[in-house]
Design a protein around this ligand. Structure first.
Ligand SMILES: Cc1cc2nc3c(=O)[nH]c(=O)nc-3n(C[C@H](O)[C@H](O)[C@H](O)COP(=O)(O)OP(=O)(O)OC[C@H]3O[C@@H](n4cnc5c(N)ncnc54)[C@H](O)[C@@H]3O)c2cc1C
Length: 507
């Protein structure tokens, strides 16, 4: 029987897993869940942008959205605004939005319509009322909206350390998770290779039936001890370093309801506004830019004074484990792999993996092998989809101002699976049928936003008169909807202030 779970690692991943499993194991009171974290190895302390799926998890855990917003310096995220991902010499200063509301209003795919008649309008503006909402700096909901419900779709920006602490408190208080400090230095395995105990100098031998490796880039169990190979993907995704800094903001400054992602010669810069500060990070390829240039660029971006703030250099290991579940050990979080921060995929993959694991958590060893296979299949698909989607942002750019952008367009750096999709979309706009499974981390809708945000050149398809009529009517409704939303919604900062004062309607 599997009755003792140990989670190793107390970062965002470890505590998200603790909550998922704690919730799922309520029906198995004999299950003992312990989280062990090193007293000396710090958490990575970045990871401040999320995607809307996180709302379902927080709600499932029984968390109050108001408490979460108040405690983790949360702001709302409705989009990623990509700035200058196209050549400025051709397009001038340019930007596009990858919104969270889907670009198929009322179930109608307007991409063929846009390709025919409306390329002067931003694609996102034509297909989603949310475009006007985010450009006006408005909140996604009203103070009277229920917790986790919005008038537009949204996720959060948050303080990573506060978020881990918040999840920690919840897991201990509501799910009885046992929390210990200790370094895990070795494992015991039985004759079949299953882990039976963890060694810790501070805690002694810790017997276990199942372990979850949330030890970050160290991957101390699955990688180091179980020797599951790391598949390096830095040949496809070229950025490998981030310089991260936090800058305090003025009390009344505007809080954009989106992540800003501004491209530069060798990567991009994230800019995430929380209630009290901005988190800014320059992501770059160390083969195309040195640290001195990167610092200068970051300094220029924040308006000078970098030396006054404690900034950090973070090396990013780009790739994934060959598999994510081996015997009775599952890796979740950075120990599973990492792409790069664009599109905030890491917490998404963590949350997805933890949810998947907790929904079908094994009762005994009999089903382990089958569960392992299915988990690995689904995760492998999700990882490969993620690599493709992130690479898309770089390889369809027409920037030629540096070798970084030219190298990104070199077919040798593009996965075959993505090359095939791009080739297809040079003839036909994407269709839902291009995505085979019911579950895609990045789906048809996400590709539409990025492809046509970046003015990808698909020839305009021929349209039936009935479709044109219907599409025009839908477009009018989107415009009207945008006007109504602009009337109803208040500014992002004003809503945050109200939530801090009064809270939202509890569920
Ligand atoms: C530059 C950068 C920007 C990012 N931005 C985003 C973003 O915007 N959105 C997003 O979704 N994700 C982002 N991420 C990813 C995000 O930071 C992680 O998904 C998230 O923080 C989870 O990390 P973790 O818990 O896996 O690892 P960590 O936070 O590193 O935690 C590891 C834990 O393991 C413990 N540990 C390590 N070794 C041992 C040992 N031997 N024994 C016991 N304990 C041990 C440590 O003490 C720690 O508690 C970013 C990552 C980077 C590098």
């Amino acid at each position: 029987m599997i009755n003792r779970i140990i989670i190793v690692g107390g970062g965002t991943a470890g505590w998200l897993v603790a909550n998922h499993l704690g919730q799922a194991m309520k029906s198995r009171p004999e299950m003992k869940i312990t989280l062990i974290e090193s007293p000396t190895i710090p958490t990575i302390g970045v990871g401040e942008g999320t995607v809307p799926a996180i709302r379902q998890s927080l709600r499932k855990f029984g968390i109050s959205e108001s408490d979460f917003i108040q405690r983790c310096n949360v702001t709302f995220k409705q989009s990623i605004k990509f700035v200058n991902w196209l050549d400025k010499n051709i397009h001038g200063e340019n930007h596009y939005h990858h919104l969270f509301d889907v670009p198929v209003p009322y179930g109608i795919d307007l991409a063929p319509f846009w390709l025919n008649q409306h390329k002067q309008t931003a694609f996102a503006d034509l297909v989603a009322a949310q475009y006007q909402v985010v450009e006006a700096g408005l909140a996604p909901k009203a103070i009277t909206s229920p917790e986790f419900g919005g008038l537009t779709s949204y996720a959060y920006h948050l303080d990573a350390r506060k978020f881990a602490d918040f999840l920690h408190e919840h897991a201990v208080k509501h799910f009885g998770i046992n929390h210990l400090y200790g370094d895990i230095t070795d494992i015991d395995r039985d004759v079949d290779g299953y882990i039976t105990a963890l060694h810790s100098p501070q805690l002694g031998l810790q017997p276990c039936d199942f372990v979850i490796d949330c030890s970050g880039f160290n991957s101390v169990l699955l990688g180091e001890k179980m020797q599951v190979k790391f598949i390096d993907r830095s040949d496809h995704l070229l950025t490998d370093v981030a310089l991260a800094v936090q800058i305090p903001t003025m009390e009344h400054s505007i809080v954009p309801p989106y992540t800003l992602a501004t491209a530069h010669q060798a990567g991009w810069i994230w800019d995430i506004a929380l209630t009290n500060r901005r988190g800014v990070g320059l992501v770059y390829s160390s083969s195309h830019m040195d640290e001195e240039q990167a610092c200068l660029k970051l300094n220029r971006y924040i308006g000078g004074g970098l030396e006054n703030y404690p900034w950090r250099k973070i090396n990013m290991r780009i790739g994934r484990r060959e598999k994510f579940w081996h015997k009775n050990c599952v890796a979740i979080g950075l120990s599973q792999g990492f792409v790069e921060p664009l599109e905030a995929t890491s917490i998404l993959m963590t949350d997805f993996s933890a949810d998947l694991l907790s929904k079908r958590f094994p009762e005994n060893r009999a089903a382990l092998e089958l569960l392992e296979q299915r988990f690995n299949q689904r995760l492998l698909h999700a990882w490969e989809q993620t690599f493709d989607f992130i690479k898309l942002h770089y390889c369809i750019s027409d920037r030629s101002d540096s070798s970084f952008w030219l190298d990104n367009r070199d077919p040798a750096t593009i996965p075959d699976t993505l090359l095939q999709k791009i080739a297809l979309w040079r003839h036909h706009p994407p269709a839902r049928e291009d995505f085979f499974t019911k579950f895609e981390i990045f789906d048809f809708e996400n590709y539409l936003y990025v492809l046509y945000g970046m003015k990808f050149n698909t020839p305009a398809p021929k349209l039936a008169p009935e479709y044109i009529k219907m599409a025009a009517a839908v477009q009018e409704r989107v415009t009207l909807e945008a006007e109504v939303l602009k009337q109803k919604l208040i500014s992002h900062r004003a809503l945050l202030e109200k939530i801090h004062k009064f809270g939202l309607q509890r569920l």
